[in-house]
Design a protein around this ligand. Sequence first.
Ligand code: FAD
Length: 474
Amino acid sequence: MSQPRERIVILGGGPGGYEAALVAAQLGARVTVVDSDGLGGACVLTDCVPSKTLIATSTTMSVVHSAADLGIQVGRLAAGGAGPGRIGHRPASVDAPRLYARVKALAKAQSADVALRLAAEGVEIVEGRGRLDGPGAVLAGGQRIEAGCVLIATGALPRVLPGAEPDGERILTWRQLYDLPELPPALVVVGSGVTGAEFASAYQALGSQVTLVSSRERVLPHEDADAAVVVEDVFRRRGMTVLSRSRAAAVKRSGDGVLVTLEDGRAVRGSHCLLTVGMVPATHDLGLAEAGITLDGQGFVQVDRVSRTTAQGVYAAGDCTGVLMLASVAAMQGRIAMWHTLGEAVQPIRLDHVAASIFTDPEIATVGVTAAAVESGAVDATAVKLPLATNARAKMQGFRDGFVKLFARRGTGIVLGGVVVAPRASELILAVSLAVEQSLTVDQMAHTFAVYPSLSGSLTEAARRLMRPAGDEL
Ligand SMILES: Cc1cc2nc3c(=O)[nH]c(=O)nc-3n(C[C@H](O)[C@H](O)[C@H](O)COP(=O)(O)OP(=O)(O)OC[C@H]3O[C@@H](n4cnc5c(N)ncnc54)[C@H](O)[C@@H]3O)c2cc1C
């Protein structure tokens, strides 16, 4: 007689949930995904996919605006500066309703693809909100589903500042942007972390006049400092107003626009305000504490490196754990949970190997150890930074802002990490990521062929520089 199939219930259909479902189904489990807002989750429907779709348009606008430097006449593309969603006298302008319609349609199509993929693997979908009924059962869609394993992957929600409540018209979270009838003529972005910097960069390129309110000394305070300086410099040069050490105290509607009051009493006016002040976990009212699951002080589910919570048979993945709020990390946490619960060989998650990108223009991509860890002496490494301004391909493409940086362990020369600041840095970082994952040395990287001319040639050159016995110190 064959063994009964393991029953797994997954709460949440974002990358943490659906990637786990695919793995579990392939391993023969009977899988149910409960989701309240659409498969693909916030990642596909409101956050990652829509923002990167918007950025695909804003990046193209940047290319159009710099085309004259490359000998292209673009002035006739959009002679009229007026019309819905059109701002200012620029060589090209954006049709905002069409752009937003494209963003939403693409997100919907991606969600439908996820649904098809899950259906093809035989995963059962229950639409609606679910909650635990003890550690081994879920209440959803009017039924009680008992399971040997439950995965919590309910994601996170935009944090709201008291005194700056979004109204969906002028005071907005990023989830409300795509319902606007126009491009914001004067956008105040509150928060200069990854999300704030990406939207500030995108809207500036699309034609909005952007003011970025940053509570810290510089934008992107948690990222590589050299990279953040390059991006902030580009922002300012392109006409963005960056207010450093400026904390927003309140945001109110004022006439046809918004008034953002800073803690020091200054006021900033704009047509719209976008709030990007972090995320809170979607873990309330799920029956977690009653099931014996420990949350931290902010409400994130506590997990170990194989995604186990404190309750037997209950795992958690993705933004609801607050581990590293990235789709790739959510997906890996979910897969690891399934491999672990189904008895497969599993490697605990390695957060020091996560490759990540910030989709500003230029992009910042990172993997492995950070400059801060090297400079503080926590990691014994040498480093080299090569500006891309002298790279032939960069010159041909007409950009000067960017660099590649590599870190290698002192003595062995094993590549420990790197930073790339460039257009499409998110694609270039894979070479460094491979080196880090496979413990390649700078010698091995330096002996690898790069195409000439190419931006990746600067990566192999950086590796060559680190082959020197002492390495070039930063
Ligand atoms: C603007 C923005 C841009 C981003 N860009 C990137 C990027 O470029 N690259 C990257 O790697 N990451 C990016 N991220 C992060 C990425 O979106 C998240 O890390 C990812 O969505 C986390 O996936 P998840 O499965 O944990 O949750 P989610 O994607 O949030 O999915 C959770 C799902 O669970 C559902 N749910 C919640 N509660 C219940 C319940 N009780 N019952 C049933 N269903 C429930 C929700 O409705 C949702 O569908 C971005 C985030 C933001 C905000």
